[in-house]
Design a protein around this ligand. Structure first.
Ligand SMILES: Nc1ncnc2c1ncn2[C@@H]1O[C@H](COP(=O)(O)OP(=O)(O)O)[C@@H](O)[C@H]1O
Ligand SMILES: [Mg+2]
Length: 347
């Protein structure tokens, strides 16, 4: 048994875009996911970070086969996900699920908590008989810290945090191996976010779950994740152990993301230099040639416009970065501020 549960190789999800205008120039293509290589090991939590629009949700959806890939390969527990027949797909739906961002939109307002949580039990025939199902629903509600007595209530009777717990109970009903949590705490009050994060962490340990935890917020994932993968314009550009990616990033883009995270220490916070990237994120329908980060990178040099850098070992063991600075001239030291980097004190 391989220790890799979910694997993507050269994964692409391209959407057709129709040009609007007088000339019939035909449509282009929007590269939401554009050549992702990623392995997720059994029992680990991988944090997937990057700015809004970089393709995180599309990647998460593709790994669960909720959107069809247009290229590359996905395997789940050794099976090619795109080649699954109906039965195989149904079993995958049981073993791999999603915790959604918005617990208000993701729960059906006309169904009770019991109906919502029991649905996967019925679909996958996991408990036969009403009484067994009701007992299992109670068990699942307790697992997520809810009183089993709430089973007969409707979603509108709950707070955001409680609804998210219901969503998690439902996601666990099929006894999955793998969960994608897509911005699962982003729409909750700050005080509730930590509670839901702790719940996910406890469940992950207790059940040996494999998690892909998607967030635009690097600070939210660093304590929860074993490894962090950083996405930029449809590609994983850095991946490695959470502690080293968050403390010693090797890709200039990760360095910039990290420099935007506040440090909970007054003296260090004052000393923190903020790297402000120039320009905007290019459109995923017009990805730059060569290195896709080069139009905003402060360290750009000869190979960058022509050669698309592959993920390669950089920094700590197990850390990979897609950057020409590695293996060529070495990463510049932090206090060697290059031309084009705006560093502004944060206070
Ligand atoms: N169904 C779709 N059709 C066309 N474009 C899409 C679709 N889904 C996502 N996109 C586009 O793909 C890109 C990546 O989106 P998404 O995966 O939602 O990013 P993220 O989750 O990182 O914010 C965005 O430019 C988005 O507009
Ligand atoms: Mg998203």
């Amino acid at each position: 048994m391989s220790d890799v549960l979910v694997s993507a190789r050269g994964l692409e999800v391209h959407f057709p875009v129709r040009s609007v205008g007088l000339r019939r120039t035909g449509g282009g293509v929007l590269r939401a996911v554009d050549g992702v290589d990623l392995d997720i090991h059994r029992g680990e939590t991988v944090g997937l970070v990057g700015e809004s629009g970089c393709g995180k949700s599309t990647l998460g959806n593709a790994l669960l086969r909720l959107v069809p890939p247009t290229g590359g390969r996905i395997t789940f527990d050794g099976s090619d996900v795109t080649a699954l027949d109906r039965r195989g797909l149904k079993e995958m739906r049981r073993r791999a699920g999603m915790v959604f961002q918005d617990p208000f939109a993701s729960l059906d307002p006309r169904r009770t908590v019991a109906q919502t949580v029991a649905e996967p039990l019925e679909v996958h025939k996991l408990r036969s008989g009403r009484r067994e199902r009701a007992a299992r629903v109670g068990e699942l509600l307790e697992m997520v810290g809810l009183d089993p007595a709430v089973a007969s209530r409707y979603p509108h009777e709950f707070s955001g945090g409680q609804r998210q717990r219901v969503g998690i109970a439902r996601a666990l009903a099929g006894e999955p191996d793998f969960l994608v949590c897509d911005e699962a705490i982003a729409s909750l009050d700050v005080s509730v976010q930590a509670q839901v994060l702790n719940l996910l962490r406890r469940l992950q340990r207790q059940l040996g779950l494999t998690l892909l935890f998607i967030s635009h917020d690097l600070s939210a994932v660093r304590h929860l994740s074993d490894r962090i993968a950083v996405m930029y314009l449809g590609r994983v550009v850095e991946v490695g152990p959470a502690a080293t990616v968050a403390s010693d990033p090797q890709m200039p883009y990760t360095q910039a993301l990290l420099s935007a995270v506040p440090v909970p220490h007054p003296a260090r916070e004052r000393a923190r230099q903020r790297i402000v990237l120039r320009g905007d994120v290019p459109s995923p329908s017009a990805v730059p040639s060569g290195c896709r980060f080069r139009t905003r990178c402060p360290y750009v040099f000869e190979p960058c416009p022509d050669v698309d850098p592959a993920l390669q070992p950089a920094g700590a063991p197990g850390q990979l970065a897609a950057c020409h600075l590695h293996g060529v001239v070495g990463i510049p030291v932090a206090d060697d501020t290059p031309e084009g980097v705006t560093t502004t004190p944060t206070s």
